[in-house]
Write a protein that binds this ligand. Sequence first.
Ligand code: ADP
Length: 299
Amino acid sequence: MSALSNKSFSHNRCDEATLPFSAVAQRLKIGENMSLKQERIVIKAGTTTLTNELGNSNLHRMEELALAISDIQNMGHEVILVSSGAIAVGANKMRLQEKPRSMRMKQAAAAVGQCTNMFLYDKFFGYYDKTVAQILLNAEDITQEEKKENLTNTFDALLEHGIIPIVNENDSVSYTEIESEEKLFGDNDMLSAVVAVLCSADKLIILSDIDGFYNKDPRLYKDAVLIEQIDEINDSTYKLAGGAGSRRGTGGMRTKLQAADLATSQGIDTIVANGSNPAALYDIVKGKQIGTKFVGHKE
Ligand code: ADP
């Protein structure tokens, strides 16, 4: 018979009477750690989070992001990163004098920049002994049933093996996103929500260039107030969301709200927070109040 089969634990450092498991667990705070249920988390970092004012890679930020995500994975969570920034980084690497305007130049810049971004991620995540994988998506990959199933299987296989998938729109191939005025993915905000739904994530965290969702655009109104929690997204919520605030931003709060709308409708809590401090991700994952939380609900 096993020494532990009587559901007690023999204390070998002193001659105390044997302790029941519950008491040992209490002493070791096992229950506390166990309550940190493993979650599947999608984190979206946009161009303004990943590049500097000149459009170059923000190396410090990327490294901090890699550290925080690696640590969160070490805590037992599964993480998928949705990353933008390829066109801006590629344009700089190609030494273009101005933002590419033609379709062919945007796609060429995306091809160059995506390569640079993945090289940097591979390096930064590699410091923390993590393996990353690149997944580039088009709208069709998500709308066609068979492709969708393959994609879900790929995500599951990567996550099961402790690999961190890094997702971006396949800008060099698909032109719908780059060219359309009403962007479907809005610098990946919507893409991150679609990925979160596809992978049945528990949480979606959208990192922005601002602290969260305000009652009006804080760049235009000094008296704007941060809203800490939104339980239901409706027409009046949409009226509060404006467009992009910075030169490098694209979707503004409108696309973040659409993303939150989709994710929360599938029961996925969505948090919009400032990407300038990736260490805040620890607190967000622990459920502390940071930025704006859109509460997930499923009919
Ligand atoms: P990113 O995707 O990198 O966060 P965006 O410029 O696309 O950058 O989106 C964030 C911007 O949205 C903010 O800098 C702000 O100017 C603008 N914005 C519009 N309406 C709001 C709002 N209600 N609350 C917060 N930001 C808003």
